[in-house]
Design a binder for this molecule. Structure first.
Ligand code: C2E
Ligand code: CA
Ligand code: CA
Length: 669
């Protein structure tokens, strides 16, 4: 009983539009709406043909009025379906439309069947045969057209075929009965085809659905990959790759609209020492916090700004919306001010600042990459001259770059042996006022450029990678000069960051010292604090190796870079050189005075010697002496001199000192 009920329910389902599968319903509707007009075309033309045959045989209400009524009814439905082609319907509307079609399929079929049966008795044998033909052809055409709406096809088949077979069998006409049986069998075959087709159609829709789902999943995955490939994982900011693709995009906009565009590069000052001193965990947290602050400033400022992390402690900006120099400087000020605020990170209450470089399109460059290079150069300039501030690339900087690249080019092809010379500047003991040693300063007499300052060619040699070869040539020359001096005169030699921070960096220096015959104890190496912070652990190793040989180490230009006192304490230093910028205004600027005072105090605490650089006046010498400086150096005593002037200078000094002591003895006596 239950089986019977279940079978009945299943059979009933065959005559309904399935509501549980929206994809299928939508696909049915789409396919079906294309075929419905054809269905009505078959119905109308077949009916008109029948009406035409019966025109002289049957009453007008059956041959004209009724077909006209039925044709208008189906005509209206045809127009309605044609209009659905351009309408976007939701799933519920589609389901409702299909249900309406399903519901009216039976009554429409029945109306035509009743009409043809009503005509039948009026016909002669030919006309009757046409009715049979009409019903058979129409039902086959309709089943074909309703393929996608199985329920409606089944309803129409039942509504037409059952009365058709019963009626024709009842006529007891031999030919008509044969037609009825034939039609029954053909309809059965057609229904079987309908079931097979419908099942395949439903499968096709289902597989299309899973394919789409798969495609969507693949798309989601590639979206995620795209996101990760364009995002910096530490700060969640767009990364370098994304920065350059945004720059290209902004650039295209600016070119098209004829508007200005700027690139900015931000570099944190003093981040490396934080990383070295407090470890990478703290370093990472500082970067995250810095990135957050940058993000806030960029979000809150006027023009459209794209911020990215370019790598390490470097960030990039693309500034759209036609920015002016004032806009950029204001943005730069906001950023540098914000980065300077304290970082409250449990272990490290550290002050950090940042320098920035901007370059503006179209003033400074007409393509994205050169624009970036200009911004990078402006940053480099800011780092050296306005640390903690922002610089916009200008025509002066452009001229500087040009001369820089000329220097780089000439340096690559220079013959160091003949073109490089040395100058020697005495380092004086404050108490005895006698020369304790000489600092070696490089001079480049270029055949094409003339005399080039070391402030220009040393950084160029670092950039072009020739610095180590240059250092070796200079050291060999310097030691050869020192070998001719009295044994109590020391030699002070400047090293670059590249000399002490490259893996095999100082090996070539050690071999040069050993070959020179100059006692290592007479040699002092000057290393800037910036060079030390470049790669602290490598620098530490190199310094230890030089110390192990017996050489002394001075920390040069102290106070100008980012000094971490922990570095000073961790390195085995012998001397600290107070930068000449503090000495220059020691008597006019209380801050400089204070700084020198604290530096001499630091040296006393660490029990190392202190050298004051750039002494030009007696007043400066007196202040340094009062503050406890041990050694001094500067134009007040002597300008850097050529090697062959050293002996004369020392002899003159000896003569002066002995004269002074004779005078003292004479007056004292
Ligand atoms: P530095 O090591 O601080 O050298 C001192 C600089 O101050 C020298 O400039 C010197 O001529 C100058 N100077 C000395 N006394 C006075 C003074 O009383 N007043 C003023 N205004 N200046 C004074 P120079 O020779 O142009 O060297 C500039 C920088 O180039 C040096 O600064 C040093 O960092 C670098 N340098 C020079 N020679 C070498 C070298 O052989 N190797 C390396 N790596 N760097 C070098
Ligand atoms: Ca020096
Ligand atoms: Ca110096």
């Amino acid at each position: 009983m239950r089986d019977l009920r279940r079978d009945l329910a299943r059979a009933r389902e065959l005559f309904r539009v399935p509501a549980d599968n929206p994809e299928l319903t939508r696909a049915q509707f789409l396919a079906f709406s294309k075929q419905v007009p054809l269905l009505y075309f078959i119905l109308i033309t077949n009916s008109i043909a029948v009406a035409y045959t019966f025109l002289p045989l049957a009453p007008a209400w059956l041959t004209i009025s009724t077909p006209a009524l039925l044709t208008s009814l189906t005509g209206i439905r045809t127009i309605w379906w044609l209009r659905q082609r351009n309408v976007v319907l939701d799933d519920a509307e589609i389901l409702r439309n299909l249900r309406v079609t399903n519901r009216i399929a039976g009554p429409i079929g029945a109306l035509f069947v009743v009409w043809s049966f009503a005509l039948f008795p009026y016909g002669d044998p030919f006309a009757k045969g046409q009715i049979a033909f009409y019903m058979a052809v129409t039902v086959i055409g309709i089943i074909f057209c309703l393929m996608h709406l199985r329920s409606a096809a089944l309803i129409v088949t039942l509504v037409v075929i059952v009365p058709f077979v019963i009626y024709f069998m009842a006529t007891r006409e031999h030919a008509l009965q044969a037609i009825a049986v034939n039609q029954l069998l053909v309809s059965g075959a057609m229904v079987t085809v309908l079931f097979i087709y419908y099942r395949d159609f439903a499968d096709l829709v289902a597989s299309r659905k899973s394919l789409l789902a798969e495609q969507a999943a693949t798309q989601a995955l590639s979206d995620e990959n795209f996101r990760l490939a364009n995002l910096d994982s530490l700060t969640d900011l767009p990364n370098r790759r994304r920065f350059f693709s945004e720059l290209t995009r902004f650039f295209a906009d600016a070119e098209r609209d004829g508007t200005r565009l700027a690139v900015g590069i931000i570099d944190l000052d003093g981040f490396k020492p934080i990383n070295d001193t407090y470890g990478h965990t703290v370093g990472d947290r500082v970067l995250i916090e810095a990135a957050r602050r940058l993000g806030e400033v960029c979000d809150g400022c006027g023009p459209r700004v794209h911020l990215a992390r370019l790598g390490g402690d470097e960030f990039g900006l693309v500034v759209g919306d036609n920015p002016t120099d004032e806009d950029l400087l204001a943005l730069g000020r906001q950023i540098t001010d914000r980065i300077k605020l304290p970082y409250q990170l449990d272990t490290a209450h550290t002050g950090l600042s940042c320098s920035m470089g901007f370059a503006l399109y179209p003033r400074s460059a007409t393509a994205a990459e050169p624009l970036y290079e200009c911004a990078d150069y402006a940053l480099y300039h800011a780092k050296r001259h306005v640390r903690g501030g922002a610089v916009i690339f200008s025509s002066e900087l452009e001229a500087e770059i040009r001369s820089r690249s000329v220097i780089e080019h000439m340096l690559r092809t220079a013959d160091f042996e003949t073109e490089m010379q040395l100058a020697f500047q005495p380092i004086i003991d404050v108490r005895s006022e006698r020369t304790r040693g000489f600092e070696v300063l490089a001079r480049w007499q270029s055949p094409k450029l003339g005399l080039v300052s070391p402030g220009d060619f040393i950084p160029a040699a670092e950039r072009t990678g020739v610095i180590r070869a240059l250092t070796r040539v200079l050291l060999v020359k310097a030691l050869a000069a020192a070998a001719t001096w009295p044994d109590d005169i020391r030699i002070s030699f400047n090293l670059s960051a590249h000399d002490i921070c490259s893996p095999d960096g100082i090996l070539h220096l050690i071999s040069a010292i050993e070959a020179s015959g100059v006692a290592a104890g007479r040699i002092e190496f000057e290393i800037t604090e910036t060079a030390v912070t470049y790669d602290f652990s490598r620098a530490e190793h190199s310094i230890a190796a030089l110390k192990a040989m017996g050489c002394g180490i001075s920390l040069d230009d102290f106070g100008t870079g980012y000094s971490s006192l922990s570095h000073v304490h961790r390195l085995p230093l012998d001397k600290l050189k107070v930068d000449r910028s503090f000495v220059a205004d020691i008597n006019s600027n209380p801050i400089s005075h204070k700084i020198v005072k604290s530096l001499t105090g630091l040296c006393a605490d660490m029990e190392i010697a202190c050298i004051g650089e750039g002494v030009e006046t007696e007043a400066q010498l007196e202040s340094l002496r009062r503050l406890g400086c041990d050694f001094v150096q500067g134009y007040y005593f002597a300008k850097p001199m050529p090697a062959d002037a050293v002996a004369g200078f020392l002899a003159e000094e000896r003569r002066r000192v002995s004269e002074t002591s004779t005078q003292k003895r004479a007056t004292g006596a």
